[in-house]
Design a protein around this ligand. Structure first.
Ligand SMILES: NC(=O)c1ccc[n+]([C@@H]2O[C@H](COP(=O)([O-])OP(=O)(O)OC[C@H]3O[C@@H](n4cnc5c(N)ncnc54)[C@H](OP(=O)(O)O)[C@@H]3O)[C@@H](O)[C@H]2O)c1
Length: 352
């Protein structure tokens, strides 16, 4: 029997899915995934149905399996009305998981928590960059603060250790995830080509030239497993991005070239509004190119696109702490974008 038993909480999500996949690839882990809805199709883990807002269901699910040695917390509660952070809900979900794990698993060794660069207030306005893990916190609310405080306090009185990761926007070949920059770039460029217009950048001139970074989902998953299984990862939070940076003004001419259209200029439009009537244009592309029949909204979240392209300040973290701990995998972001776009084309979800 494998010595290490993993529980991924949120195994069908943007970050949990790649963690479960990376653990599955190793072959020497027993991998469980806990969420409300059973995933469709083949997955690299045994699914446990539980609702983290119901602690009893969580305890019941864990009582039925081998004691967990490593837990990876990648679930999140929805925002409250008006986009307000759900601090209480997110903390309660983590607390329910820790209670159930501790009640069941004397052999628990490590709990990893997914955070993000919102830790530094990247969503609020300009902040000190490149940001380091020990930088001062922004004024609350921020559910990552409360979750990390809970986790570190619980670990201080236990035999297990903790770690946390702070990725930027996650990029992946993930056909069911509309909050994904890759499909946003691909559908936007294909629509501009279909409409016969140059590839304008939908943000301001300032947003076009700020520094930015992304997190490849597979690289992030590998970093998280590294933190969870090496002494250097114990009781520490780490920034995890691809290890390089870029400006949209460097990506845009390449994207235009890949789609065979002229590169345009920064022209600030709200994509959520501009795209509202583009469904039929997309459907025409789908029919003519023999793509899988998928609606535009199911491929690209334009609210998320606006959130990304409206940032007029640098988004940059320092990954030195992770490198010095011994994790050295890094990703060429431009090559990642091209490669993941190609995967969508091969799957007939995006046109070439
Ligand atoms: N996605 C990104 O680009 C990104 C970037 C940086 C940081 N992060 C951080 O990463 C963490 C995870 O986010 P994510 O984007 O990976 O989440 P996600 O894609 O929304 O997935 C959430 C996962 O949690 C499960 N879940 C949600 N509510 C649950 C409940 N009540 N009980 C049991 N399971 C539940 C979901 O499955 P069910 O709905 O079936 O239960 C799903 O598997 C968050 O803290 C987020 O801020 C994400």
């Amino acid at each position: 029997m494998p010595k290490q038993v993993a529980l991924v909480i949120g195994p069908t999500g943007a970050t949990g899915g790649p963690i479960a996949k990376a653990l599955g690839r190793r072959g020497d882990w027993l991998v469980y995934g806990m969420s409300r809805t059973a995933p469709a199709g083949k997955v690299p883990f045994t699914h446990l149905a539980a609702d983290l807002t119901d602690p009893a269901s969580c305890a019941r699910a864990l009582a039925a399996i081998e004691p967990v040695t490593h837990a990876f917390f990648a679930a999140r509660a929805p925002f409250q009305e008006g986009g307000v952070e759900n601090v209480e809900g997110n903390v309660a979900m983590l607390a329910a998981t820790l209670d159930a794990l501790e009640a069941r698993s004397g052999g628990l060794e490590h709990v990893h928590l997914l955070e993000g660069t919102k830790w530094y207030g990247m969503h609020l306005g300009p902040y000190p960059t490149p940001s380091r893990e020990g930088d001062p916190r922004h004024p609350p609310p921020n559910f990552y603060y409360d979750q990390q405080d809970l986790l570190s306090q619980r670990a201080a009185h236990a035999r297990w250790s903790w770690s946390a990761s702070r990725p930027s926007y996650i990029c992946d070949f993930a056909p069911d995830r509309a909050r994904n920059l890759i499909t946003i770039l691909g559908t936007y460029a294909a629509l501009c080509r279909e409409l016969g217009v140059p590839l304008d950048f939908p943000g301001t001139a300032a947003a076009y030239s700020v520094l930015c970074e992304l997190s490849d989902a597979t690289c992030l998953a590998e970093a998280i497993i590294f933190m969870s299984t090496h002494d250097a990862g114990r009781n520490t939070a780490f920034n995890v991005t691809n290890g390089d940076s870029f400006r949209w003004c460097q990506v845009w001419p390449l994207l235009a070239q890949w789609y065979g259209i002229p590169c345009g200029v920064p022209r600030h439009i709200k994509l959520a509004t501009w795209m509202a009537d583009k469904g039929p244009v997309w459907d025409k592309i789908v029919a003519r190119r023999g793509l899988q029949r998928r609606s535009l909204e199911s491929l690209a979240s334009w609210d998320f696109a606006d959130f990304v392209f409206e940032k007029e300040w640098d988004l940059l973290t320092d990954n030195g702490l992770l490198r010095r701990a011994g994790f050295n995998l890094c990703v060429d972001t431009i090559a990642m974008i091209r490669d993941q776009l190609n995967q969508y084309c091969e799957a007939k979800l995006l046109p070439r």
